[in-house]
Design a binder for this molecule. Structure first.
Ligand SMILES: Nc1ncnc2c1ncn2[C@@H]1O[C@H](COP(=O)(O)OP(=O)(O)O)[C@@H](O)[C@H]1O
Ligand SMILES: [Mg+2]
Length: 306
């Protein structure tokens, strides 16, 4: 079953001049950490806002947990951490969870049970009575996460949860999200931070100018372009062979970097080099990060609006 399904979802602002989201179709499986990656202005926040009913789509439709997003009842099963969220600074974490919990319709016994458990989950229990104006950005994000979990949601949307947080704080949030995922919660993360996405996501989609450009697992992204560096004693035939095999190639002196589809293609390339009596001095696998791949895609012309 899918936690999120969108069908050619579009959202235009300013009388159609700004196409924040264009024909966006996607499925997110339940029980995964799914990340939507894209530069600022790509349309990530707009997508979450449409899904949770803060703004209305221009066209297309979507389902959350197998129910249409128009159904109010689905909202009860969803948690949301907004980008740059704010809570009243004169309240403590405990007061905030109590106040928002009551607004979410939790009864006194639920509040009594849920709040200490949540504060423990997000590791704020020792700070629960301290006014939040003393909190770091990481603590604020963890409090936001506790707030998003108040109604024990099956699906949570987190908009840039680790933005502006130091490495230790980021790691705490990543670990927290993974343990929630292991308990069966589906986590939909918006992020422009590639290294974060790479570390925690089961699946990733890349959004650029409102359009879905690529999706897959982190491994898929990396293996799409397996790169090898090949050192040769003579460069004479390499370029021709690669052109012939349609293998992208970059050259730095006697070191070539080739992007091959798979091991078979690499072996065919080596066979061709040996047939041409080229001496191969080294074949070195080059692991490309999602970041390299993301930057390739973002800089590439494909996916740009018409
Ligand atoms: N309320 C709005 N009115 C007009 N334009 C908007 C509004 N909200 C967002 N946009 C525009 O829509 C595009 C996508 O924005 P957004 O969804 O916030 O992207 P992201 O979250 O990926 O940074 C941007 O060009 C942004 O300026
Ligand atoms: Mg955003």
């Amino acid at each position: 079953m899918y936690a999120v399904e969108t069908f050619e979802l579009s959202k235009f602002y300013s009388h159609g001049r700004i196409k924040a989201l264009q024909d966006f179709s996607l499925q997110v499986e339940k029980g995964k950490i799914f990340s939507l990656l894209g530069p600022n202005g790509a349309g990530k926040t707009t997508l979450i806002k449409v899904l949770i009913g803060i703004v209305h789509q221009t066209s297309g439709h979507a389902k959350l947990l197998n129910q249409s997003i128009n159904k109010v009842s689905v909202h009860k099963k969803i948690g949301y951490l907004a980008e740059n969220h704010r809570f009243p600074e004169f309240l403590s974490a405990h007061q905030i969870l109590h106040y928002y919990g009551k607004m979410a319709g939790l009864g006194p016994s639920q509040l009594k049970k849920q709040i200490p458990a949540l504060l423990k989950t997000v590791n704020l229990h020792r700070w629960e009575n301290v006014k939040i104006r003393k909190y770091s950005k990481g603590m604020m994000q963890r409090l936001g996460l506790a707030h998003a979990l108040l109604n024990e949601p099956e699906l949570i949307f987190l908009d840039e949860p680790t933005d502006g947080i130091d490495p230790v704080g980021r790691r705490q949030i990543r670990d927290l999200l993974k343990s929630l995922r292991d308990e069966g919660v589906t986590i939909f993360v918006n992020s422009h931070l590639l290294s974060e996405v790479e570390r925690m996501s089961d699946e990733v989609a890349i959004l650029k100018q409102g359009k879905l450009i690529q999706r897959g697992t982190v491994e898929d992204f990396i293996s799409i372009k397996e790169q090898y560096q090949i050192r040769l004693d003579s460069a004479d035939t390499m370029q021709n062979i690669c052109n012939d095999m349609k293998v992208p190639i970059k050259r730095e002196n006697d070191l070539f970097t080739v992007s091959v589809q798979d091991d078979q293609q690499l072996n065919r390339l080596i066979d061709r080099l040996r047939q041409s009596k080229t001496m191969i001095l080294a074949v070195i696998p080059k692991k490309i990060t999602l970041e390299d791949y993301f930057i390739d895609i973002i800089e590439d012309k494909k996916g740009e609006s018409d």
